[in-house]
Design a protein around this ligand. Structure first.
Ligand code: 48F
Length: 254
């Protein structure tokens, strides 16, 4: 017999236990798009304790919609090994690799979960913890609180390293820049993303991936936005490579 209050108890107890266990982690990631998910997987593979917080109900960010809702993504040769690493099927046409956007998100998620990375949805990173000019955690709230405009105080998690993988909205770096000082960019601030130029942007997104404030790394489209580099549309190789790069950079320091 199913007893409703036992269902309730199981859900609340297990979810709270999971959240409590992630109050202190090696790496906290804001945003569950492709770059955040790839970073989470490779970091967890290297033995790091990783928690990823996604604002929306569904993780996957801008990958679901492919290009203008045609559910396909394009990946270039340099990043094909990441498709293989995640078991994503693709076909090669005219020198580029084409995969289903839906399968790509499903596999990124599945492999990230299996790696041991802890994924949370419906939670927004709304601020950072800063101690002695170093970011060392995130301030979190339920996205529903934000959406309803309720005045509810947030909670916090500590992390040795934090990653802003929030994509086009570029939330965490903007907060840090506004509140605690200069970022490691030419202007010392957030430059904002430029118009589409796929070839250049795909290279720059990997170069721009790195530490922009002590303890705070940036990956994916957020990295291009912080350095004022262009967007690239539905080409995803750079996102995957950026996620891998941020994982490698942080792994060296853990
Ligand atoms: O936008 P998103 O997919 O970022 P990405 O990983 O990949 C960019 C591509 O999807 C695409 C592109 C082509 O390559 O340019 O746009 O850089 O994923 C970012 C995720 O972060 C979540 C947001 O809902 C999305 O799922 N997010 C944004 N702000 C917050 C957040 C926040 N403050 N807290 C938690 N999650």
């Amino acid at each position: 017999m199913i007893e409703e209050i036992e269902v309730s108890r199981a859900i609340v107890e297990n979810a709270v236990r999971d959240f409590l266990d992630c109050l202190e982690v090696d790496v906290a990631i804001a945003g569950g798009g492709p770059s955040g998910l790839v970073a989470a997987r490779y970091l967890a593979d290297s033995g790091a304790k990783v928690a990823l917080f996604e604002r929306k109900l569904s993780l996957g960010g801008g990958m679901w919609g492919g290009g203008m809702m045609y559910p396909r993504i394009v990946v270039q040769e340099e990043a094909r090994f990441i498709l293989d690493d995640f078991g994503i099927n693709y076909r090669k046409e005219r020198g580029q690799y084409i995969a289903s956007s839906i399968e790509s998100v499903a596999k990124l998620l599945s492999v990230a979960v299996d790696s041991g990375a802890r994924l949370f949805n419906c939670i927004s990173v709304e601020d950072v913890l800063v101690r002695e000019k170093r970011v060392n955690g995130f301030v979190l709230n339920w996205s529903a609180v934000e959406a309803a405009g309720l005045h509810v105080d947030p909670l916090a998690v500590k992390a040795r390293y934090c990653v802003d993988a929030t994509g086009h909205p570029l939330e965490v770096c903007s907060i840090v820049c506004r509140k605690v000082g200069e970022l490691n960019t030419p202007s010392g601030g957030v430059e904002g993303e430029r118009s589409m130029w796929a070839d250049l942007s795909e290279k720059l997104v990997v170069e721009n991936t790195g530490e922009v404030y002590p303890g705070l790394y940036v990956s994916g489209m957020a990295a291009n936005a912080v350095y004022g580099s262009p967007r690239m549309g539905p080409v995803f190789g750079g996102m995957l490579l950026s996620g891998k790069r941020v994982a490698e950079l942080i792994t060296k320091r853990l």
